[in-house]
Ligand binder design. Structure first.
Ligand code: ARG
Length: 308
């Protein structure tokens, strides 16, 4: 079963507990928000004027929250690792100063199952196409193996491909940004089964805005984001499904949250009903303000990338 993509029509007869265990990816990568801005519109949330100073202080607080609950936090400084050299980064060289979404680390790649490498993203939009070059440079400098996908299909990293906590099983969102065909390349590369989840609604343009595995047993989702086949798969592989209200999932990007220690859930501030449901399920919500980043369609989870 390793290295295969489950067919869309079959509900998974997969027994999660029979899959090999996977060490947690204990490192959280953040990209400094030096050049963050909203200058184009590639998702329905993008718009408004970013207050750079506020964005910086929100990001600083998010960083401190991660430092408190995650095992290790590392920061990619685009001024240091963003390559300024057109020779090195190739024909489509774009300096980090012209990549206002580079702060959304989740989209840059996906950690391999054992965490010693990363699968590099191939962005779906021209606006973000040059970002993975800078990330690859950082990976090589700090010692992660970099795997590039052989084909042409778009793949937006852990924005769409999310590891099941604790198990060698990958959830694969596709249909808006990432193309389904990308998983035919990723499954053998990471040597794990992929359970595909189709996304069809522009408001849920990445899997990580509507699907947040909190622990091996529990997931927080936006039910409206999935068709019956997708919902069946989610119900089959988790014991407990917490539903976020649609209004908080869209207006507050409530599902773009991150449980890094099995208990504390970092989520965007202003989502009281989601917080209540998390608390009822035994979690401890840790709200952090992400209002400036929501102007670009991102919140907590998008701003981080879990690595080994
Ligand atoms: N403006 C960015 C984009 O549309 C936001 C990315 C958010 N990332 C995420 N993993 N959901 O690509």
């Amino acid at each position: 079963i390793d290295g295969t993509v489950y067919d869309d029509r079959t509900p998974p007869t997969l027994d999660r507990t029979a899959l090999p265990r996977r060490p947690d990816h204990a490192t959280v990568l953040l990209v400094a928000p030096t050049y963050f801005d909203v200058r184009y519109r590639i998702n329905p949330y993008m718009g408004g004027v970013v207050d750079g100073a506020r964005a910086r202080s929100e990001w600083d607080r998010l960083r401190r929250a991660y430092e408190r609950y995650a095992e290790r936090v590392v920061v990619l400084d685009p001024d240091r690792y963003g390559t300024p050299d057109p020779e090195e980064s190739g024909r489509d060289h774009v300096a980090p100063a012209r990549l206002p979404d580079l702060v959304f680390a989740a989209n840059l790649g996906l950690a391999t199952a054992d965490g010693d490498g990363v699968v590099l993203a191939r962005m779906a939009t021209a606006e973000r196409a040059a970002e993975p070059v800078h990330f690859a440079r950082w990976c090589r400098a700090v010692g992660y193996d970099v795997h590039e996908l052989p084909g042409e299909a778009a793949f937006e990293g852990t924005g769409d491909a999310i590891w099941h906590p604790g198990r060698r099983l990958l959830w694969g969102g596709y249909g808006v940004r990432t193309e389904r065909a990308a998983y035919d390349e990723i499954a053998p590369l990471v040597d794990a089964p992929v359970v595909p989840l189709e996304l069809a609604d522009e408001r849920f343009y990445h899997l990580d805005v509507c699907f947040a595995p909190l622990t091996e047993e529990t997931v927080l989702i936006v039910p409206e984001a999935f068709d019956a086949a997708g919902r069946d798969r989610i119900d089959a592989l988790f014991e407990r499904v917490i539903e976020a209200p649609l209004s908080e999932a869209t207006d507050g990007l409530a599902c773009n949250c991150h449980c890094v220690d099995g208990r504390h859930v970092l989520l965007g501030a202003g989502n009281p009903e989601t917080e209540r449901r998390l608390r009822d399920a035994g979690f401890v919500p840790v709200p952090v303000s992400t209002a400036e980043f929501r102007k670009a369609g991102g919140s907590v989870r998008c701003l981080s990338l879990s690595l080994g």
